[in-house]
Design a protein around this ligand. Structure first.
Ligand code: TRP
Length: 340
């Protein structure tokens, strides 16, 4: 069988411990792609590179005090979820100088107007009320992301929907470079996970760390139950016996994802009114706790062996740097930089 090998470049900003939304929207998919290498039937085999976008944090927050601890917490969640660092290097953007170098070159290949049209930027500027405080580096956020992807010649970028505009900008930059200086870069393809986003337990559209409205991968069964109990359900279902509408209920979304075997039964119980919200939530919390149990165990190991996490980063950074240096040498050659 002909197996096509593709390189994946994916990353996250180090914002600390991850929640179920990160798992469903990204991590689960990363692990699935990583495991194609061990699957005899996979027609596409992936080689994962996982980036910690620590420079990107600075686009909206100059406070660096939490970056290191957040990085370690996030890496532990990645490892807990099944990223195998021997197969998939994990590395910090700031430890590989070539990102910054390529970022500088790329910043000449895209117009200010194009970056100002970026919908993700507009959304952030609105949500964070940035107005005139928006910095130059924030405008260039997707340009740095393009350098993250292209310095490793990433071909596939598994991302959430909000990141697709950045992948599109990456493609445009790759085309512009290739047509100006010669073919160096692939045009990467963005891949969005199939499962719809998990909404916040408080009913907000977005599960987000800052809102604290999601279950963390590191939460104990007690914490999971406590959060589930607080979850907002169908406002028309006030007591057991009232018929509910599972399709607008965030608890039901969690059942669909983490308790598929009982999905039909839960739906019927909710719609008929026989199943009360408290019971429904406790069952859901139980399934989620089971689902997270192996991750919690792996997490606990790494929390007790942080030196191993540091070694994983150093090793990943050496491997990533090697690739990045190869690409930069090609870029300099194509651009005749340094030729006398
Ligand atoms: N912008 C991404 C996010 O916020 C993080 C990121 C930075 C990234 N560089 C990347 C994602 C390269 C994929 C590829 O989620």
């Amino acid at each position: 069988m002909n197996r096509i090998k593709k390189r994946i470049l994916s990353g996250m900003r180090p914002t600390g411990r991850l929640h179920l939304g990160h798992h469903v929207g990204a991590l689960e998919n990363w692990v699935k792609l990583q495991e194609t290498a061990n699957s005899p039937t996979a027609t596409e085999v992936f080689e994962n590179f996982h980036l910690i976008a620590d420079y990107h944090v600075l686009t909206t927050d100059l406070d660096v005090s939490g970056i290191y601890a957040n990085t370690i917490d996030m890496v532990i969640d990645w490892l807990g979820a099944g990223i195998r660092p021997e197969a998939s290097p994990i590395f910090r953007q700031s430890q590989i100088k070539e990102h910054a170098e390529l970022f500088l070159i790329f910043s000449m290949l895209i117009t200010k107007e194009r970056l100002e049209r970026n919908p993700t930027l507009k959304e952030q500027a609105r949500d964070l009320n940035l107005g005139e405080t928006l910095v130059y580096g924030h405008l260039g956020y997707p340009v740095l992301q393009a350098s993250d992807i292209l310095i490793y010649k990433g071909q596939v970028v598994p991302v959430g929907e909000d990141q697709l505009p950045h992948v599109e900008i990456t493609r445009e930059i790759a085309r512009k470079f290739n047509s100006t200086y010669g073919p160096v870069f692939p045009e990467p393809e963005g891949r969005v996970t199939q499962f719809a986003r998990l909404t916040g337990l408080d009913g907000q559209a977005k599960m987000s760390k800052s809102l604290g409205n999601g279950i963390l991968l590191s939460d104990s069964p007690q914490e999971i139950t406590a959060k589930m109990r607080q979850a907002v359900t169908d406002p028309q279902k006030i007591r057991r016996g009232d018929p509910g509408r599972p399709d607008i209920c965030v608890v039901f979304t969690h059942h669909r994802k983490f308790n598929p075997a009982e999905e039909t039964e839960i739906r019927a119980g909710c719609e008929s009114g026989q199943l009360g919200c408290v019971d429904c939530k406790l069952r859901c919390a139980g399934r989620i706790a089971d689902f997270l149990a192996p991750m919690r165990e792996k997490r606990a190991y790494y929390e007790a062996h942080v030196d191993e996490v540091k070694d994983i980063l150093h090793d990943g950074e050496n491997r990533a740097r090697h690739e990045a240096q190869k690409t930069m040498a090609e870029v300099r050659r194509a651009m005749k930089l340094g030729e006398i």
